[in-house]
Design a protein around this ligand. Sequence first.
Ligand code: NDP
Ligand code: 2IT
Length: 450
Amino acid sequence: MTYIHDTIVKLQHSSPAQAEFYQAVEEVLDSLTAILEHAPKYRQQAIIERMVEPERQIMFRVPWVDDNGQVQVNKGYRVEFNSALGPYKGGLRFHPSVNASIIKFLGFEQVFKNALTGLPIGGAKGGANFDPKGRSDGEIMRFCQSYINELYRHIGPTTDVPAGDIGVGAREIGYMFGQYKKLVNRFDGVFTGKSILWGGSLGRKEATGYGCVYFASYMLADRKQELAGKTCLVSGSGNVAIYTIEKLHQLGATAITCSDSAGTLYHAEGINLATLKQIKEREQGRLTSYLQHHPEAVYIPCSDYPADGHAVWRYKADLAFPCATQNELTQADAEALVANGCLAVSEGANMPSTQDAVAIFLRHGLAYGPGKAANAGGVATSQLEMAQNASMLSWSFQEVDEKLQLIMRNIYTRARDTAAEFGEPGNLVLGANIAGFRRVADAMIEQGIV
Ligand code: NDP
Ligand code: 2IT
């Protein structure tokens, strides 16, 4: 469709050198051909042109002093993408690879993901090119405080509500909330992923990983399959990976791999979650220390990865859960998964599979849950945290988990039924993109040209 092609070309001129952002936009726009042809109102209202341009982008200097007294300077971002459905909502990523392209791709995905949950939340993303690895607690605190010294004026419980993402967990949320409260002199529910001690929700920490596994179980159920007894490949070893593994094990499946940015761990009898949590949640250590506890496991450093992909995806298993980062599953990895008889892929991470890899999953009829559907349990539970804060109540773990399961089931059926409605049954990429788009686009039309 030339309209879509022209939109991408214009974007490449107006926002140069943003490869990840173009990748995310292209995937969504490719799915929209059918709906754009059937409903001319979206073109007449320039909905696509408006959707690919963030409502507001904030970029700022983040100066701080390290433990040696040296002044460090990082670049901070918050991209407030779309507020048609509710306050801007989305995580913050602290990682050295962060740049405008990465934050924009994440913010763009977040708009459709949040719409798909059916909850009243707009889309945003932020972060900084700060590398927390090897930094002391004091350095992390000073960085978070400096970051908020600028961001505080742009956020608020009904304006923009940040949360965690890569490199941002409960500790960082605590330091950022503390500085925000100091500056505005209000105890607002302005972040999600807060500590349970002061306004966090039970179940938020587990929600993305648990939700991603629930999503897989719904995809499997429609194929008369179940999780119990399945072997699973998981990448990453952070928040999403750990709680994906936990739920897999609870439901009778076995995760045999995990990874970090230095290498991959393979443990044939199943990853020992207690050891993994000890290393990653308490010691902030590396996966190599797992071998001290379980010498029979195998560790593959990145230097030994195949040239065309990632070691994790080369093991034989029934299911795959990419839970680390974008573009971590290549075409060659997808071919290896298919050759090894993989049945389903459920994405805990955002855009972990390259476009070529996705095409292979769809061509071979795998059950494929794209990140904006399969990992939406995290942001959905963030919205449950906002609801608890607004009502000054707190719900039990079981209550939150039941709501999470219902939301994930609704996301799955919405994506599945929309795919069927548009003539591509089983294509959850198309179904998720159209279902998310329709909700945001119709809200934008009702709210006029703003
Ligand atoms: P964490 O920081 O807790 O963990 C990230 C994990 O991925 C770590 O194991 C990290 O290894 C690994 N990783 C990060 N970057 C790279 C890289 N460039 N190459 C290889 N490995 C890498 O983050 P989360 O678990 O929260 O996030 C993981 C993914 O899930 C991200 O794509 C995020 O956007 C997505 N997501 C997160 C949600 C949440 O609620 N937290 C919600 C929805 C999606 P190392 O420790 O060595 O850096
Ligand atoms: O990518 C994501 O959905 C997140 N990092 C969670 C966002 C949130 O607001 O909980």
